[in-house]
Design a protein around this ligand. Structure first.
Ligand code: GLY
Ligand code: MN
Ligand code: MN
Length: 434
């Protein structure tokens, strides 16, 4: 992403917190899988959002109005031996030259420099509890200053949760972010198509997952979350992760997978028949979920509130379950009793952005948030029918979820994942052509 985008965000952020405040953002720590083996490093999303700086052991500090420089980075210094093992570091000069810092210091000097920056600032914007090891540093700097207060040092008197400001900024996706989300979606669409073509009776769920991974890595993308590749009964397990069963003719396969490309996540679900053709019961359930999803997407409009799409999905699913004979009673009463919950137990979506379940409050002042252009969310209703004596056998183990990504615009909702086959006809056609 263009460096100017990060500079623009910093300017906006500093305008919002004001000249009485300072913001401190630590990079994500390196996490160990076991022994000295590290997980792939993923920068903290807030830190990335404002800095674009990819290295661990770094701290970004924003000091609005500071004459000698408002944006400071504390970073790892060059170290020939470490860089020979782990790769190049930006160093302090790289932080200034390539990442737009007004000034940069070695991370090892932070204890000497940071307390001076806190003086005469009343609020510290900081995410307490996110990186607990770093919390103790911040508290010790503030305590140090307070103990000198008798000598006249002015000390900050208020911690403010950084997320109050940053979550809201991140909720509105800029043009550049929309482009990144589109790219991430496009890669995930390709991966789903590849996996759908590959899946057939006899293949293993993990082999299908391997197709997804191949496509993601071929485009320099990684998983944005561990994918769900659930055939048959596993399609009804909401957070199925084993992905180790054989695919059987006659079963559905539920594929919930997305990637992260240049820090932006995608998140798509498709459900399709392993053998290439929906049974009539599968197709009937599928069409209810599809109708619910289309009705919900149609509610993703500027001026509607967050819960409108969910309400639309719930209504269509309840009607559909009645038509299928799986619920009995009057629509109004069933809606009031939330009878759908036994088949559709999750919400219809979530914000999407740097994180799959992106930041941003769903309610403001106790009311559902009103949708505005630039907000991006998923729309993902589902129906999951586990074996039960109350349910005709042809419906057992049918789990269907359909998930797309939708951008709120000034006009019609824009489905970022619209290119991926979704109607039963288009899906069967794709599977036949495989
Ligand atoms: N796969 C996570 C989600 O759909 O929310
Ligand atoms: Mn998903
Ligand atoms: Mn999702």
């Amino acid at each position: 992403m263009d460096r100017k985008e990060f500079a623009r965000r910093r300017r906006q952020f500093m305008r919002m917190i004001g000249k009485d405040a300072i913001a401190i953002l630590p990079a994500a720590p390196v996490r160990h899988r076991n022994g000295d083996m590290e997980y792939a490093y993923r920068q903290d999303s807030h830190f990335h959002y404002l800095s674009g700086f990819p290295e661990p052991d770094s701290v970004a500090v924003l000091v609005p109005g500071r004459p000698q420089g408002e944006y400071l980075l504390f970073v790892r210094e060059h170290d020939a031996v470490r860089e020979a093992w782990d790769g190049a570091r930006a160093g302090t000069e790289g932080a200034v030259e390539h990442y737009g810092a007004d000034d940069a210091f070695p991370i090892t000097d932070i204890d000497e420099i940071l307390p001076g920056l806190l003086e005469r600032r009343s609020q510290i914007y900081y995410s307490m509890g996110t990186h607990p090891d770093f919390d103790s540093h911040v508290l010790s700097w503030v305590h140090g200053l307070r103990s000198q207060a008798r000598q006249g040092a002015a000390t900050p008197h208020e911690f403010v949760a950084l997320r109050h400001v940053l979550d809201d900024m991140r909720l509105y996706k800029s043009r550049a972010e929309q482009a990144s989300l589109r790219r991430s979606a496009q890669i995930a669409v390709g991966a789903h198509r590849r996996a759908m073509r590959f899946a057939r009776p006899g293949r293993m769920e993990y082999e299908v997952m391997a197709e997804l991974l191949h496509e993601f890595r071929s485009h320099n993308a990684d998983l944005s979350y561990y994918p769900i590749v659930g055939g048959g009964a596993n399609s009804c397990v909401m957070h199925y992760r084993d992905n180790d069963q054989r695919l059987c003719d006659g079963d559905l396969l539920l594929l919930d997978a997305g990637c992260e490309h240049d820090y932006y996540a995608s998140d798509i679900t498709r459900t399709f028949p392993v053998g290439g053709r929906f049974s009539s019961a599968q197709r009937a359930v599928y069409e209810v979920v599809l109708d619910a999803q289309l009705a919900a997407i149609d509610k993703v409009r500027s001026g509607n509130h967050w819960n409108h799409p969910h309400e639309a999905a719930v209504r269509v699913i309840t009607q559909g379950l009645v038509k299928l004979g799986l619920l009995k009673g009057k629509l109004a009463a069933l809606l009031k009793d939330q009878a759908y919950l036994q088949f559709f137990g999750h919400r219809t979506g979530h914000w999407l952005g740097l994180d799959v379940h992106d930041v941003g409050d769903y309610k403001v002042g106790g009311e559902w948030r009103v949708l505005e252009p630039g907000m991006t969310l998923t729309v993902e209703p589902g129906i999951y029918i586990r074996p039960s004596p109350r349910v005709p056998k042809e419906f057992w183990n049918i789990g269907v979820r359909i998930e797309d990504e939708v951008l709120v615009t000034a006009d019609a909702p824009e489905v970022l994942t619209a290119a991926l086959e979704k109607t039963p006809e288009a899906i069967e056609y794709l599977l036949r052509a495989a």
